[in-house]
Ligand binder design. Structure first.
Ligand SMILES: Nc1nc2c(ncn2[C@@H]2O[C@H](COP(=O)(O)OP(=O)(O)OP(=O)(O)O)[C@@H](O)[C@H]2O)c(=O)[nH]1
Ligand SMILES: [Mg+2]
Length: 691
């Protein structure tokens, strides 16, 4: 292929994530996209356990997405690589890892529920990654669906400029299509042999005035945001469709506006315009900034150039009994079947045995170029977050941030003969999911599994049970505590002196320890700051760094119960060296021991993870729910009536008190209550919680 053809190919790629709160319809949207683009020949349903992306047995049984699944399809000359992400908060790290490699996203909203808490969380995640978005307001067929209310909620809570480009035709079960405010044509899905083939037609008479009014509002809003559009608007008092479309593309890519479409994925309505909007407005790999990473000579930038040195990030690893499949995002260069690539982080090389599209049927490829997302076989050791690159041009990209685990369970094989197999299975799980941490409890010798929530661990354990086919016993879930400094000490002296023949060790350090002087409102127990005010070169720079490293070592175990220590500021105020016996090792040891002693002298506070809980229940159950939340040491923030005779209660509750809440709420409300949680940092815990 000529290089211009390759570039045209890259310009036609869209790497996109589907993001939303639990149950908004991400998997159903994905399924309909695969059906419409011809990737699948039957429409799968989440509730029947027949979708492509919810392919793990547990996803099918539970009806929720657990791991992000990448699939690929073609639409109008474009290649769309799409990642269906989970909406449950316990799997938020999956979303984070996906956003790391995506260029754009579709945020799905439930037209009845509007902007739900986890939608807000994933929206902020996407903001942090600078990923442009379009919004799809789904479930317009449901009773109580309201596009305008959802757009208003988006404006209020997520983005100041949501721009609706659709006007629904019909309401609720009578929802049959949309007026496209760009072309001013009606798109309907109420005919054809399936009852849902797309037809284009004139705007229905009854909607003409309203469509005209909305088009004018859209033009005005776009002119207010886009200088070139404004010029045309001032001159002609209107915008042409071409100007409107070009401006919407620019505003989407710059993040200044969010195009809002609507439909009903379940009824197969609104998917074609969604795909058209994805290709028209969301960026290609050529439109996003070059990636930056740590190269041999400092920070390096690599653009989406097929001729450049290969640069790819591993964002998923699937380990099965039959092999290991590694999903890659290629940022630069060309990957060929049989290539040897370098894991620049470890210096290990890997051989690419096969390259496949991330499709249900894994079509094989000979090469893949910058900008694409593919799966490869043959990679043996590279984990999620690893950079694979050309052996002659090492580069390490920043991996996605992994949240610290907050819940822990002890896991044991019922029969001791299975112990070894269990250890292998646990290690394999942690390899796939970096937010799972496996360690051995030094006191009990038990394997301990930590993760992001009760469901996260429950799913992990269930996977092990199934893959091993053996009985596994699981201890009671425990939350991960932390310790922080409430009031500090000044001038703590530690003198580390060892003379045992040969070279001795000498380091003298003086430390101040205090709570961080962070901005007001900073969460308690966050961060660690180290500074030095030593003057006159009394402690050379490299020793200061060693003291800092020693202090970090000391943070692993706090004085209250051996929990990690966070939320403090340590200042090295003075010190002394010995001409012969001082070394980095001596200063590191001194730093560790000094801070360990100093923390014992500080007033320390035990912290526990807390979560913000949003409970939706029938009005008459509110009293009971409030009482129950109070009994769980929850602080109720508010309770407000919502649509359809329900009420929404929000509270901040210690995570430890939320174990089993799903079952408790279900029985209290006879199955009509639902709740979602999201991490809300740490708060002081009752003293009895310390070990
Ligand atoms: N009425 C109606 N139901 C829908 C629509 N889209 C999806 N659903 C249903 O809503 C439920 C949740 O849909 P999913 O596609 O699994 O939602 P999700 O966002 O992938 O959920 P998680 O992956 O668990 O976060 C399923 O029962 C779907 O059949 C729609 O347009 N209308
Ligand atoms: Mg899903």
């Amino acid at each position: 292929m000529r290089s211009t053809d390759i570039r045209t190919g890259i310009a036609a790629v869209r790497n996109l994530g589907i993001l939303a709160h639990v149950d908004a319809g991400k998997t159903t949207v994905t399924e309909r996209i695969l059906y419409l683009t011809g990737e699948t020949h039957r429409r799968g349903e989440v509730h029947e356990g027949t979708t492509v992306t919810d392919c793990h047995p547990q996803e099918r049984e539970r009806g929720i997405t657990i791991s992000a699944a990448a699939v690929s399809c073609a639409w109008n000359g474009h290649r769309i690589n799409l990642v269906d992400t989970p909406g449950h908060v316990d799997f938020a790290d999956e979303v984070e890892r996906s956003l790391r490699v995506l260029d754009g996203a579709v945020a799905v909203f439930d037209a009845v529920a509007g902007v739900e808490p986890q939608s807000e969380s994933v929206w902020r995640q996407a903001d942090r990654h600078g990923v442009p978005r379009i919004a799809f307001v789904n479930k317009l067929d449901r009773a109580g669906a309201d596009l305008d209310a959802t757009v208003a909620a988006i404006r209020e809570r997520l983005h100041p400029a949501p721009l609706a480009v659709h006007l629904p035709i019909g309401r609720e079960s009578g929802f049959t299509g949309v007026v496209d405010l760009l072309t001013m044509r009606a798109l309907t899905w109420d005919g054809g042999p399936d009852g849902d083939d797309l037809r284009h037609g004139p705007v229905p008479d009854g909607l003409r005035a309203e469509a005209g009014r909305r088009r004018a509002l859209l033009e005005e809003a776009v002119a207010g945001l886009h200088p070139a559009a404004l010029e045309e608007f001032v001159e002609h008092s209107a915008l042409s469709t071409a100007t409107l479309a070009a401006a919407l593309r620019d505003l989407t890519r710059s993040g200044e506006a969010v195009v809002v479409l609507c439909g009903s994925a379940y009824r197969n309505r609104g998917i074609e315009p969604l795909l058209d909007a994805v290709t028209a407005y969301l960026p290609s790999p050529l439109d996003v900034p070059a990636v930056r990473g740590a190269g041999q000579a400092g920070e390096e930038e690599r653009a989406a150039d097929p001729e450049g040195p290969l640069t790819a990030l591993v964002f998923r690893v699937n380990v099965t009994a039959s092999g290991r499949l590694t999903c890659l995002r290629l940022y630069a260069g060309t990957l060929r079947k049989g290539d040897t690539v370098l894991d620049a982080g470890t210096g290990r090389t890997e051989r690419i045995a096969r390259i496949m599209r991330v499709q249900a049927d894994h079509v094989e490829l000979e090469t893949a170029v910058a900008g694409d997302i593919v799966a490869v076989a043959g990679v043996k050791a590279a984990r999620t977050g690893t950079t694979l690159c050309a052996p002659g041009a090492p580069l390490v990209l920043e991996p996605a941030v992994t949240a610290a685990p907050v819940v822990t369970v002890a896991v044991e094989a019922r029969r001791s003969v299975d112990t070894e197999r269990l250890a292998v299975a646990l290690a394999r799980l942690a390899e796939e999911d970096p937010s799972l941490v496996v360690r051995t409890d030094p006191e009990t010798g038990q394997r301990v599994l930590s993760g992001l929530g009760e469901l996260h661990l429950e799913v992990a354990v269930e996977r092990i049970r199934r893959s091993l086919g053996c009985e596994v016993t699981v201890g009671r879930p425990q939350v991960a505590h932390r310790e922080t400094v409430r009031s500090g000490v000044t001038g703590h002296v530690h003198r580390h002196v060892k003379q045992e023949g040969g070279a001795g060790q000498f380091a003298h350090v003086v430390l101040d320890v205090a709570p961080p002087a962070g901005p007001a409102g900073q969460e308690e127990g966050e961060g660690f700051v180290f500074a030095s005010t030593v003057t006159g070169g009394r402690v050379p720079k490299e020793y200061v760094r060693a003291v800092e490293a020693g202090c970090r070592d000391a943070l692993a175990e706090g004085p209250l119960g051996g929990h990690p220590v966070t939320g403090l500021r340590v200042v090295l105020t003075d010190g002394a060296t010995h001409p012969k016996d001082s070394s980095e090792l001596a200063f590191r040891t001194a730093g560790r021991l000094a801070l360990r002693e100093a923390l014992r002298a500080c007033r320390m506070v035990l912290l526990e993870p807390v979560a913000e809980v949003t409970v939706t229940v029938p009005q008459e159950a509110v009293g009971g729910v409030l009482g129950d939340l109070a009994a769980r040491r929850g602080r109720v923030r508010g309770s407000a009536p919502a649509r359809g005779g329900t009420a929404v209660v929000t509270a901040v509750v210690p995570l430890a008190e939320l174990f089993g809440y799903a079952t408790a709420l279900r029985s209290r409300t006879r199955g009509r209550g639902t709740f979602t949680t999201r991490p809300a940092g740490y708060a002081p815990a009752p003293a009895a919680a310390a070990r």
